[in-house]
Design a protein around this ligand. Structure first.
Ligand code: NKO
Length: 194
């Protein structure tokens, strides 16, 4: 039997791996000193291009998806939900970055795909819709984070998954504070319709 606390720590440590920073270092740059300063796929795309950004997106999703997908075979949904939160906390408050980190979006979608594939697909489509209409990645991320708990509640009808999505959404929104300030001032960076 696998000890839950050990699994929780492993999930947090995996979430803590800053793939955006690692990939940018391979390009001889520190992503934290470029663009928005964020370590996420959006800023890596902005600074290093689409291929690097896509790689970071996939890796940041996988480090959330894998431990949660496997956990569903081992633990009950209450414990799986705690692991889901730990994964995103790892990305946003990384032990490898003195508890700084990213904004949690890619890791959250990886986690959500493992919790509920259907709910995740709906959230991804919603994200794409907001992004294509507004041109802002951060707005799409914040609005998706706000609604994901409603979607998963509706699809899975599991109170622990709903709690997990709510808390993960809250973390994502709080991490986007600077983006929200810029959106309100009209100075946020637009990805589309520039
Ligand atoms: O550099 O501050 P920035 O402009 O980079 O970045 C803001 C951005 C940070 O996030 C990222 C990751 C981007 C991933 C895009 C993939 C979109 C797929 C659908 C995501 C839905 C997320 C909802 C989570 C709910 C729990 O925001």
């Amino acid at each position: 039997e696998i000890n839950f606390i050990v699994y929780l720590i492993i999930t947090y440590l995996l979430g803590s791996i800053p793939f955006g920073l690692i990939i940018s270092k391979l390009f001889g740059k520190d992503i934290r000193k470029e663009g928005s300063g964020n370590i996420g796929a959006t800023n890596v795309t902005r600074v290093l291009g689409k291929k690097a950004g896509l790689l970071v997106l996939i890796l940041d999703m996988l480090k959330g998806f894998l431990p949660i997908y496997i956990a569903k075979y081992i633990f009950d949904t209450k414990l799986v939900s705690l692991l889901a939160i730990a994964s995103v906390i790892g990305h946003c408050f990384s032990i490898f970055l003195k508890f700084k980190g990213g904004k949690g979006v890619a890791t959250a979608i990886g986690v959500l795909l493992a919790l509920s594939f259907k709910a995740a697909l709906i959230v991804i489509m919603f994200w794409l819709g907001v992004f294509l209409v507004s041109g802002y990645v951060s707005l799409a991320s914040m609005l998706s984070a706000s609604i994901s708990w409603v979607i998963i509640n509706f699809i899975e009808n599991n109170i622990y998954y709903t709690y997990a999505a709510f808390i993960i959404g809250l973390i994502i929104i709080l991490k986007h504070k600077d983006n929200l300030d810029r959106l309100l001032k009209g100075t946020e960076y637009r990805f589309l319709h520039k």
